[in-house]
Write a protein that binds this ligand. Sequence first.
Ligand SMILES: Nc1ncnc2c1ncn2[C@@H]1O[C@H](COP(=O)(O)OP(=O)(O)OP(=O)(O)O)[C@@H](O)[C@H]1O
Length: 547
Amino acid sequence: MSAPFFLGRVIDTIYTSGTDTETMTASLTSLCIMLTGVFLCGGAANAARVYLMQASGQQIVRNLRTSVFSAILRQEVAFFDKNRTGELINRLSADTAVVGHSITDNLSDGLRAVAQAAAGVSMMFYVSPSLAGFVLLIVPPMAILAIIYGRYLRSISKRTQDALAQATQLAEERISNIRTVRAFGKELSEVDKYTQRADDVLSLAQKEALIRAGFFGVTGLSGNLMILSVLYKGGLLMASQHMTVGELSSFLMYTFWVGISIAGLSSFYSELMKGFGAGARLWQLLDRKPQFPVNEGQVLVPDQLKGQLEFCDVSFAYPTRKEAPIFQNLNLRVPAGTIMAVVGPSGSGKSSLVSLLLRLYDPDNGIITIDGRDIRDLNPNWLRNHIGTVSQEPVLFSCSIRDNIAYGAMDPQAVTAEDIYNAARVANAYDFIQAFPKGFDTVVGEKGVLLSGEELKHSITLAFKTAVINEFLVQEALERLMEGRTVMIIAHRLSTIKNADSVAVLDQQRVAECGHPTKLLGNREGLFRKLMEKQAFLQEEQQRALL
Ligand SMILES: Nc1ncnc2c1ncn2[C@@H]1O[C@H](COP(=O)(O)OP(=O)(O)OP(=O)(O)O)[C@@H](O)[C@H]1O
C-alpha cells in the first residue's frame, strides 16, 4: 500500500468493515506507527533545515555587508558628495538586515512551504488527477495577482527603505554635530524634523501592511475556494462512483494541507519581494563602477621622484555644482623641495587645489603633473601615500591614540611601539600624550573627543596650559617634517607665510599673484598685501574682543 493513499485506504477499510473491530484496531495501529515515524523524521529534518538555512543565510548577510562596505569605500570622493553618510550607513545596516531576513528565516520557511505544497499537490494528483486539475484552476489567476502584488510590494519596500535612509541621515548629522545643535538650543525642533521623517516611514509601512493584508485575505479566500470546489466536484465524482469516501476525505485533507502551505508561501513571497525592494539600492551600490581606479597605474621608484608640482591650464567645478566653476585656466608651478604658501579669500579654492593634487577629483580641463608626469597616469594609492596631508581639523578615529598614529603607516600591523613614540616626538606630541593617565592607550572618541569626563577635563586643562607654546611647537614640528619635501601650505598667518619660498594668491578662479612673500608685500595695491592687512586687522579685533 503506497503511503500517500494510505490514509484513504484506512478510512475506506473502516467505512466498509462496519463493526469489524479487529481490522479497525489493526488499521489504526499501523496508521499511528506510520505517523509517529513521519513526525520523528520530520522533526529532525526540520531542525536540520532551520539550522542549515540560518547558518548559511547569516553567512550570505555577512558577505553582502562586507561587499557593500568595500563597494562604498572604493567609490570616488565625488560619490560621497552626492550620497550622504547616514544614508549609506542605513544601506549597510538596515537594508542588509531586511535582505538578510528574506534569505534566512524567510527562505527556510519558504522552502518548507514549497516542499509541503509540492507534496500536497502530488498527493492530490495521485488520488484523483481530474479533481486536482479542477481544483488547481485557481492557480493561474492567483499567480497573476501575486506578480502584480509582488511588484507593488517591491516598489513600496524600496520607498520605505529610502524614507528610513532619510531619517537615519538626519539623525546621524544631528548626533554627530550635537555640540552645534545644543549651542543653538535646537533639540526640540530637530526632534520634530525627525518625527516627520519617521512619519513618512510609518505611512509607507502602513500602506504596505494594508496591501499585504489584502493579499493574505485573497490567498485565504482562494484556499477556501479550493475546499469548496473539492466538496462540489468530489461529491459529484463520488455520486457517480468515480471516487470512494476514503479517496475524497484524503483528497480533502491534502487540499487543507496545500491551503496551509499556500498561506506560508504567500508570507514567504511577501518577505522575498520586500527583500528584493530593499536590496535594489544595494545591488546598485555593488554594481557601481568607481570613476577613478583605486589601485592601478604607474608607480615611480624613489629615485625618479623629485617632487616638482605643476597645474597647467586647470579648469574645475565640483560634480555636484557644475554651474559654479572653482578654477578656470589656472596655472601654478611649485619647484621640487620648495615651500609654496597658498592664500586667498575664503572660498577661493585653496582646499580644492589640494583635493585636485590628491586626485580626490579630476580637473575638467588641463593637467596636473608631478615631475612632468600626469597624475592621472599614476597609481592613486601610491600618489596619496607620497603626499602627507596635515589638516587643520583633527581627524581621529574612536580608538587609542596609539592606533590613531599607526593608522598613517602603510602597514599598521608592522608598526612598533618605538615607531609610534618617534612619530609623536617628531610631532612634538609625545609629552602631551604621556601626560594622560593612560598615555598612548588613551581612547579618543569620534573627532578626537575623549571618552571619559575626567580625561576630557584633563586634556582641556593641558591644552589650555600648553596653548601658548603649542603654536610654536606645531610650527617647529612642521618645519622639521618639511625638510627635503615639496610643501604647499594653506595659510592665513603672515608668520607662517613669511618662511615660504613663494606665495600663490588665488582669486577669481585663477592664480592672481605669485612670487616671493617680501616682493608681494611690497606691492601696496596687490591682493596679497590687502589680504595680510585684513588678516592683521581681524586678529587685532579678535584680541580686543577677548580682553
Ligand atoms: N565637495 C564639494 N562640493 C561642492 N562644492 C564644494 C565642495 N567643497 C568645496 N566646495 C565649494 O568650493 C568653493 C571653494 O572651496 P574651498 O574649500 O576650496 O575654498 P577655500 O579657499 O579653501 O576656503 P576657506 O578658506 O574658507 O577654507 C567654495 O564655494 C565651496 O563651497
